[in-house]
Every structure is written in structure tokens, then in C-alpha cells.
Write a protein that binds this ligand. Sequence first.
Ligand code: ADP
Ligand code: MG
Length: 466
Amino acid sequence: MGFAQQSQSHASDQGGIPQEWALVCQRLQAELGDATFRSWIAPLVLTSAASGLVQLAAPTRFMKDWVASNFLDKIRSYWQDLNPTIDTIDLIVKATSPGAVTKVQVATRDPMSVAPGEEVDIEGSFIGSNLDLRFTFENFVVGKPNELAYAAALRVAESATVQFNPLFLYGGVGLGKTHLMHAIAWHIKKCHPERRVIYLSAEKFMYQFIRALRYKDTVAFKEQFRSVDVLMIDDVQFISGKDTTQEEFFHTFNALVDRNHQVIVSADKSPSDLEGMEERLKSRLGWGLVADIHPTSYELRLGILQSKAETLNAVVPKDVLEFLAFKIASNVRELEGALNRIIAHSTLVGREINLEMTQDVLRDLLKANDRRVTVDDIQKRVCEYFSIKLSDMQSSRRSQNVARPRQIAMYLSKVLTSRSLPDIGRKFGGRDHTTVLHAVKKVEELMGSDKEFLEDLTILRRTLEV
Ligand code: ADP
Ligand code: MG
């Protein structure tokens, strides 16, 4: 149904719209905080409205896209709380003066057909609205497993000149990559507010690139990214196998590095282990400083728990913290989640935090963690142990220095996970289940006959079972 038609039948509905928008803004400001609100919501201008539909204009395409992917759901849902008849929030690009709510005009054409505007460049320094306030250097607990990554991140954030380019941070899920990236962005924002920083996930990068292609706007897209002082792309593995986006990223990357502008990238694997990534990109990603975050140690987990409990002003007995640090070894996110859960539980039911209640409240989580080793973990650990590449594990290479570790990894997958033989075979480059069976038998045989082999295996198994 057309916009004009709707507005005719419900013309009287419009009166409250500007006021509703003001209320929605208030709520957004309270929730997002002043800085985010000022950057992303305040510049939006209410341009038209009719029953069921409101139209907001953003001054640039970049902002429009950002608002669409980060805040639109929230805007819609807040608006619907005030006025359930609103079902569509239409975002357009229009160069307008930001600020107060403008007079509401009734649109004369279907807003869905409004073409995106031309203006796309970003003004001033732009830091992603999606920075988490808690992810600062001050809140990052440093230990052996992450000290290199931390030092490198701090150096890049503090130094006025580009020292290594790119900085490539990598590590497993929930080990603090995003935390460090945000910390760098916050630090630059505070100490060098004139520097233009963009932080975004590789997924968002792709999303914006695809939009640019669709609207034939790639020139503006390129300029936008190439004009920044610091470009931070989180979870770059996301663009593995996505050739066009990779190509674009590669050019953006080169343009920035050539101009000596800082690029910071995170991923879940080292550059050389990024599968589905072009060789030339892999190689360039490894040119600067590559810093990995190792799986947490018991001491680091304990340190994080202590710091977190302190921040939350919660009294948590030492034996509970130790118990959690011992039991939840998978990642920091889960560790924090566990602590939050027991604190929340204790506040809600007024129960004192102790070991017994912890075990009680976290029963499912602890159970899951008990047998949480995955084939991926095993492959990764075995590769580290024998210093071979992850890709070798899945390749068809049969040389002894690769084949033996592969058999060990297959054996460990069989005894430490509940995956079936065909399943395991698939995880090893699509091998047959009989190959896995053969590996298991071979390893068992060697365990009985080769003492050194048995030792290797015992150590590996122990590190996986912690
Ligand atoms: P990743 O991006 O590597 O998957 P995140 O950076 O999102 O992981 O970290 C997951 C959670 O763990 C976040 O809440 C983060 O603050 C926390 N975290 C991770 N490492 C640390 C650390 N060393 N000190 C404090 N908090 C940490
Ligand atoms: Mg992350």
C-alpha cells in the first residue's frame, strides 16, 4: 500500500509522532549512553510519518547503514511500545542539519522507492557505535597466555607512529580478541581524538560492501575506508571463501598500509592457517606483528574471576573462584557467565555464595564442561604440540611427521569426544571411517610398545582434559 494512501486515512495519527520520536530518543540515549547517542541517533531527522510508517533521514549512507544494522530493531521496538500501529521504520539518506526533530511532512510518494542519496562520506573521527564500555585496557587481566597480544595492542594504541602494520591478533573463541580491539579503539579515542578510527567486524565490512555494490556506490565505499587513520577489522576469518569481499578487503588493506595508516585485524587462526583465504592476502596479513592469545591458564582464569568479582562488588569465597577457574577452562566468556549466574542467583534468592550452591546453580554448565573437548580442540592442540600446520592435519599428506600426529588426533577424538568414526573421518579432510579405526588401533599398539610415544600421548591427553 502506498504511503500517501495510508496517510490520508489516518492523517490525525501524525500529531503524536514527533513527540513519540523524542521519547524513543530519550530511551535510546539512556540505553546507549551519550557518546553513542550523539554519534548515531542524534543526527537522524524525522522526515515524514503516517500511520504505520515513519521515515528517518541519516546524513550519510554510511550512517544509514550503520543505524540500520545496529539500532533499527531497537528503534522499531521502542516505537512500538509507544504506538503499536507503527510497523515500518524507513531509513533514507538525506543531507540535513542534525539536531532537533523537524516538522513532520507528509510524503507524497512511496518512501520505499526513495533512492539512496549521494552523500556517503564520513565526517570527523568515527568510532564504531558498537564499542563495549567494559572492554578497556584497565579491565583486561594480563597473564602469560595473553601478555604478547596485550603488549602489542597497547603499543599500537599508544604510539603516535605506525610501528608494525598490520597488527594481527588471533586466538580461540572467547579469549579476549574483541576486548583488546575495543580497548585499542577506546584508548585512541581518548588520547588522540583527532585520529579517525573505524572498528567493525569482517561481517559488517562485507555487508557494507555488498550494499555498495548493489547501489553502485563502490567508489564512495572505497573512499570511506581508505580515508581513515586506523582500520580495525574483527574476526577476519569471516571473509574466508568470500572472494569478492576478500579482493576488496585486500585493496583497502594495501591502500592503507601503503600510506602508512594502521590496520589491526583479529582472527581465530594465524594468517597461514586461514583456510579459504587467498595466498597473497594471507601473506600480507602476516607482514606486521602476529600476536596470538593462548588458551587461558588456571592462574589467568583465577585472576580474571577475582577482578570481575571485585568490579561487581560481590563477595565470592576463594574456594568458589578456584573451583570455577579449575572447572571452566573453555573460554573467558563462559567463565564470566558462570560467575554472573551465581552472583545473580545469590542476589535474587538471598543465598550466600558457597561451593555447594555454586555446584547446584551451575549443574548443567559444569556437566557440559566436563566433556567439552571437541575434535577441533584436539586437532589444534596436537598441531601445536607437534608444530605442524592445521591444514596438514586435514590434507592428504602421508609423510610420517604429519601422518603420526594425525593418527594421534584421531585416536584422541575417539576417546575424548562422543563423535562417531565417520564423523571424525569427515573432520580430517573427509577420510573414511576405516582410516580412523586403523589410526585408533595403530595408536593403541604404539602405546603398548613405545614408551616415549606413550609419554607424548599422556601429556597431550592431560592438557585436553583440564
Ligand atoms: P573473542 O573476541 O576472542 O571471542 P572476547 O574479547 O569477546 O573474545 O572476550 C569474551 C569475554 O571475556 C569478554 O567479556 C571479555 O571482556 C572477557 N575477557 C577475555 N579475556 C579477558 C581478560 N584477559 N581479562 C578480562 N576479561 C577478559
Ligand atoms: Mg570476538
